[in-house]
Design a protein around this ligand. Structure first.
Ligand code: A2P
Length: 803
């Protein structure tokens, strides 16, 4: 599960060669604390010989004359040409009055001995009075404004005039935050191509970097080494940090090189300062090797929000609010409405929808405590790492896997709470949480979670079958209007089918799955070994759902499911983690495209619903009175697929051979193929009218040959309308086979010729699409949602609206 992400592509593309040149990736910083200008000039000479082309200067530094001498010498000696150099200088705050800008730029050009600058950068979003100066290394200043939008725009206009006059090739900003950069992007004619700010693993500036990337503003990282030696004694030691040193050892580079490469791999240029020739050379040797994604991630974890550069004239944390309305680049400030022909004022607002995207991970042993301890972080997005995590599970699953998951995630560094929903034994004789898939459970869970505490970065981790996954999904979509959701499915029904969707729902007393939302899990992580503790019946329950994708879409998948069960010992096969892993992957791979392209064709609706129009009716009836033996959802689907094949034959969509193949293939898995003897055709067809696919007549997808759906005669749809006469004949054909076969009326399962009928204590019958249950429930002593007053009366009036 802890797969390396795709390594950062390298070499990194150096944009400094494009038409509007971006700063080259490594530059030399030239600030030397107002001291020894000649030493800086010497460093520039060394750097040019070492291959540096990017020099970060500023009039404030008081050394531009010495730097200019070094340029002149190198140009004269032919070590470099002017167009190979990329020289940045900065407009100091006391020159920010628009009328002073050009003179300041010309002075810098004079000092540097250059005709133009490659980039002229506004040093700070601050204006000082003209007489402000540095005396003995200390600033003596008065502030005119800090971050004032109008004033910054006025200074910028004067800087733009420098581009028009040919004195500078491009413009940049420095120490601008998201707001100020956004405002400037709106106000400018010539956009800044760079924003220079402090950035290193102790201060990764994620939001600002992301914003710059979006706004196409190149990031230049200053103090990328955390100031090296001259930092204050109270400052943390970035170059000496043990993780940085450890990674340096791993890649055989120096800590400084690791920090510089980290900045480059985040898309930035870096401008380390150094007066030491070996270090100057070393700092440029960061272009032809890479840190792995896991090394990047480990460095990312060093974020402590530490700023080495604090200045008396600008407070990063208490900036005055903007005095003008603001909006980020590309966004209108005001959206005007209009008055229509009837005199109604009209306007609208809209937003692109939340992306529906879920990552799925399948790996045997994933839920082992050691595995979770080392890889658990990869299950949750980084934003959740420091927030409380709530594992929602049911009693049966909790007894088997609850503690190990909590233990593993805790060892991975999470703050984990467990919420356990009750389980009981339902009428089918299997453990089930279906009775608790209710509004009451939802409210009890949310009370508990809110009391224990969440933040907007918290996550719900659902550990269990479809019922738990579904209820937890609604919870996650609802709490704080949507927090992160991760599913850990523990049943075949859920792992092969139910969890693989964006739908999350709970039951209402008027019907199943009537309350819910489309809310994507960030991740679904499946450990196929967990499926081994399911009862045989529950194991096969999900196999029925996987088989529908085989029959409608793939001969190979059908064979992958059926052959091992037919040829081996079925009891062993369904306990075999490798078999389950293959099915998990195959079911996902065939279902994923139907979810990706769901809106493109009704193929994507009718494949996953194959057999369901009939199955819902058979399933419902089996739970509706004691006259019948309750069927699990996958069992009803198995019967539904065989009856659907009969419908297809009657409609001339497939041959008799395809119908025979259905009975053979479904039967070989051990799933039932015949409508139970206790059921009559009339009530079954009547019940079908409640199906959501019934318009005038029940509508369904049909199979033309194993592995292929039939296209309806219109040529555009996969929907077939089945008349009452066709349905009657199809049911009759199925029942005739059953009688000739002389098979037990309720189920042809290899596991149960008689499905036990166990009345659920006090609870009305519920349709069990996926109980989420494992073999033997046991209380584990943790906090249990005890919901004695089950009011979801899903009994005789239950209308099945589908999964
Ligand atoms: P020196 O000038 O003695 O080489 P930053 O650019 O992050 O503010 O860091 C600059 C400081 O880091 C300078 O004091 C510089 O010292 C030191 N430095 C620069 N390169 C290296 C390096 N490769 N290894 C250790 N320290 C370095």
């Amino acid at each position: 599960m802890c797969q390396e992400r795709v390594a950062f592509p390298f070499p990194i593309v150096d944009m400094s060669t494009t038409v509007i040149r971006r700063p080259p990736l490594v530059g030399l910083g030239t600030f030397n604390r107002f001291q020894d200008a000649d030493a800086v000039g010497e460093a520039v000479s060394v750097a040019i010989r070492a291959g540096y082309r990017h020099f970060d200067c500023a009039s404030l530094y008081g050394n531009e004359k010495a730097v200019g001498k070094a340029f002149a010498a190198a140009l004269k000696a032919g070590e470099v040409t002017r167009d190979q150099l990329y020289v940045v200088s900065k407009l100091w705050c006391s020159d920010a009055a628009p009328e002073d800008v050009e003179a300041a730029c010309r002075k810098t050009l004079d000092d540097l001995g250059l005709e133009y600058l490659d980039n002229y950068t506004m040093h700070w979003p601050v204006q000082m009075t003209k007489d402000s100066k540095v005396v003995d290394g200390k600033h003596e200043f008065s502030i005119v404004h800090q971050g004032d939008r109008k004033a910054l725009a006025a200074t910028w206009r004067a800087m733009e005039a420098l581009v028009d006059a040919g004195l500078v090739r491009s413009l940049g900003v420095s120490n601008f935050d998201v707001r100020m950069l956004g405002e400037l992007m709106q106000d400018c004619k010539i956009a800044p191509i760079s924003n220079q700010f402090e950035m290193h693993p102790f201060l990764p500036q994620r939001e600002l970097v992301a914003y710059c990337e979006k706004a196409n503003v190149h990031v230049v990282a200053y103090s990328p080494l955390g100031m090296g030696g001259p930092r204050s004694p109270q400052d943390p030691d970035l170059l000496g940090d043990s993780l940085v040193k450890h990674i340096a050892g791993e890649v055989g580079k120096s800590p400084a090189q690791v920090l510089l490469r980290w900045a480059l791999q985040r898309g930035a240029s870096a401008i380390p300062k150094s007066l030491t020739p070996e270090r100057i050379v070393q700092n440029r040797d960061v272009l032809d090797w890479a840190l792995s994604s896991s090394q990047m991630e480990r460095l990312d974890s060093l974020d402590i929000g530490y700023r080495f550069i604090e200045v008396p004239y600008f407070n990063f944390d208490q900036r005055p609010p903007s005095n003008v309305n603001t909006a980020p680049p590309g966004q209108a400030l005001v959206k005007e409405g209009y008055v229509d022909e009837y005199g109604f004022y009209r306007n609208y607002f809209a937003r692109e929808g939340k992306e529906l995207r879920t990552e799925v991970i399948i790996r045997r042993g994933l839920l082992e405590p050691d595995e979770l301890a080392s890889n658990g972080r990869h299950l949750l997005p980084e934003k959740c790492w420091a927030a409380p995590i709530h594992v929602v599970t049911d009693e049966a699953v909790s007894a088997l896997y609850g503690d190990q998951v909590v233990e593993g995630l805790t060892a991975a560094g999470f703050q984990v709470h467990k919420v356990v929903i009750e389980t009981d034994v339902d009428e089918s004789g299997e453990t089930s949480t279906e009775h608790f898939k209710t509004v009451e459970s939802l409210m009890r869970c949310s009370d508990l979670i809110l009391e224990r505490g969440i933040t907007k970065h918290s996550a719900i981790v659902s550990l269990g079958g479809g019922v738990v996954n579904n209820l937890a999904g609604v919870l996650a979509g609802m709490l704080y209007r949507g927090i992160t959701l991760v599913h850990l499915p523990t049943t075949t029904m859920s792992a092969f089918d139910a969890a693989l969707d964006f739908k999350q729902a709970i039951n209402h007393s008027l019907g199943k799955n009537l309350l819910g939302c489309y809310y994507p899990a960030t991740t679904i992580a499946i450990d196929p070994d967990c499926l081994a503790t399911l009862s045989e019946r529950h194991s096969l329950n999900g196999v029925g759902e996987a088989l529908k994708h085989g029959l409608t879409q793939s001969v190979e998948l059908t064979d992958m499911i059926v052959r091992p069960l037919r040829e081996g010992d079925p009891f062993k096969v369904i306990k075999d983690g490798a078999y389950m892993e293959r099915l998990c992957r195959a079911a996902l791979e065939i279902k994923a495209p139907t979810l990706d392209d769901y809106n493109n064709s009704d193929f994507n609706e009718f494949c996953p619903q194959y057999g369901h129009a009939i199955a819902h009716s058979v399933e419902h009836m089996s739970w509706s009175s004691k006259a019948h033996q309750p069927l699990l959802h996958g069992e009803a689907v198995a019967i539904g697929m065989c009856v659907s094949a009969e419908v297809a034959f009657l409609k001339g969509v497939c041959t008799r051979q395809v119908v025979d193949q259905h009975y053979d293939l479904v039967g070989a898995t051990g799933l039932p193929t015949y409508v139970p003897r206790t059921m009559d055709i009339g009530p079954l067809i009547r019940q079908m009218r409640f199906d959501k696919h019934t318009v005038k007549n029940p509508t369904m997808g049909l199979v033309a040959q194993i592995g292929g759906m039939a296209m309806a005669p219109s040529g555009e749809s996969y929907a077939f309308d089945a008349s009452e006469a066709e349905l009657t004949a199809a049911f009759e054909a199925n029942m005739k086979r059953r009688d000739e076969d002389n098979v037990c009326g309720s189920c042809a399962s290899i596991f149960a010729t008689e499905i036990p009928t166990v009345p659920a204590p006090g609870a009305p019958a519920a349709s069990s699409s996926d109980s989420g249950a494992a073999a033997s429930p046991a209380a584990d002593g943790s906090q249990i949602m005890s919901i004695n007053s089950f009011v979801g009366h899903l009994g005789k009036e239950l209308k099945l609206f589908g999964m």
